[in-house]
Design a protein. Sequence first.
Length: 147
Amino acid sequence: MLMDFQMEGGQAIAAEIMAEMENMPESYHAPSHEIRTFELPSSVWITMFASYAVFFAALFIATGHGTAAIFALVVSMAYAVMYFGTAAVLNNVTAAQRKALPPTDPVGGIETQTGWMTNGAANAQILTVPILLAAFGCAFAVIRALV
């Protein structure tokens, strides 16, 4: 009895989703496969890594006068490298066995869990924290230099 209800509910939801997809404009049809760059252009990656580099450099300039501070910064940098390095390593696991993905046409945005986002909105959401961390590091270095 319960199993029949769940199957009917699932079929109804699938039918609703299909009906919504048929009415969507063609520009909103994103690729249905995973892109190995996590669907991010290189400018986003460069901006993100540059922001983290500015953050750590500013912290080193502001606090890198003692061995304890330098040790803490080195540990923090190691964690950042592990964070991004783990994703890079896991992305390359069995890369040779994967089929080459066909080139995709840019559709002007990205599909997210909460719906469609334009490229500008997605980039702003992705880069807000790294850029603000870089600004915080620079502000901290300026304040340290003035005090």
